[in-house]
Ligand binder design. Structure first.
Ligand code: HEC
Ligand code: HEC
Ligand code: HEC
Length: 153
């Protein structure tokens, strides 16, 4: 066998092993199965829609709350929700670490929302002293009051 043939076989073997995770059965689902609170059945919109569009929905919610003071969202089925990251999304998805974070880690996304917004049970050192008040929370992060361009956009 020539050197060239040996190199080709070597490369083919290496290529096969290196790409194994991509062609094994089941490998086509890159996201982990996110953990949900027991007993819940429905999101604000369908799971498929949320999986693909939750970042756009959150962005739209934020803009309409901060710029227009509109906090009411009515979903495709006619059910109303408060447009709130903390009080709506994280009320159901209270296990942020196992739900949002786990999925984001798998795709290396790090939403900066948590610089200001709080996950359930989480308190910043500065805010811990004034625990409990949503208004003070925002004060503790040094932000202007709601209504202005408070989210920095
Ligand atoms: C009333 C409870 C509830 C609220 C409020 C809620 N969710 Fe959900 N969410 C669920 C449930 C239950 C599922 C799983 C639905 C299913 O599998 O059909 C889900 C699914 C999802 C998924 C898809 C997960 C996957 O497996 O691909 C994402 C992403 C998501 N939610 C994000 C959000 C965000 C962001 C918000 C706020 C805008 C939010 N959810 C508000 C209960 C909720
Ligand atoms: C099924 C997996 C999955 C779950 C669960 C999930 N996300 Fe995401 N999220 C993604 C992916 C993938 C992106 C990046 C999409 C892109 O870049 O287009 C993303 C992006 C985002 C972004 C935009 C970040 C940026 O920098 O642009 C926000 C905000 C966000 N997610 C919030 C949440 C919140 C809040 C939860 C939990 C309530 C959550 N996500 C749960 C997969 C998920
Ligand atoms: C610089 C601080 C800051 C950052 C970073 C930030 N926000 Fe906000 N956000 C605010 C403030 C302040 C408000 C206004 C609070 C109110 O009126 O209830 C707000 C309001 C919102 C609202 C509507 C009100 C509510 O209860 O949730 C949503 C939704 C929201 N932000 C989503 C996001 C998302 C998603 C990200 C990350 C992509 C993000 N925010 C990043 C400060 C921030």
């Amino acid at each position: 066998m020539s050197n060239k043939a040996a190199v080709c076989i070597g490369l083919a073997l290496f290529g096969g092993v290196a790409t194994l995770p991509f062609w094994l059965p089941g490998a086509r689902r890159p996201m982990p199965q996110p953990v949900l609170k027991a007993g819940l059945t429905e999101c604000v919109e369908s799971a498929e829609y949320m999986r693909a569009n939750h970042m756009l929905l959150l962005d739209a919610w934020r803009n309409s709350v901060v710029r227009e003071g509109n906090r009411r969202y009515v979903n495709a089925a006619g059910k109303p929700f408060e447009k709130s990251l903390e009080r709506t999304c994280l009320d159901c998805h209270s296990n942020k670490a196992e739900f949002c974070d786990r999925c984001h880690q798998s795709v290396a996304v790090q939403p900066y929302c948590w610089n200001c917004h709080f996950a359930p049970g989480e308190l910043r050192p500065a805010a811990a002293a004034m625990a409990g008040s949503p208004a003070l929370r925002i004060a503790a992060t040094g932000l202007s009051s709601p209504g202005g361009a408070a989210d920095g956009r």
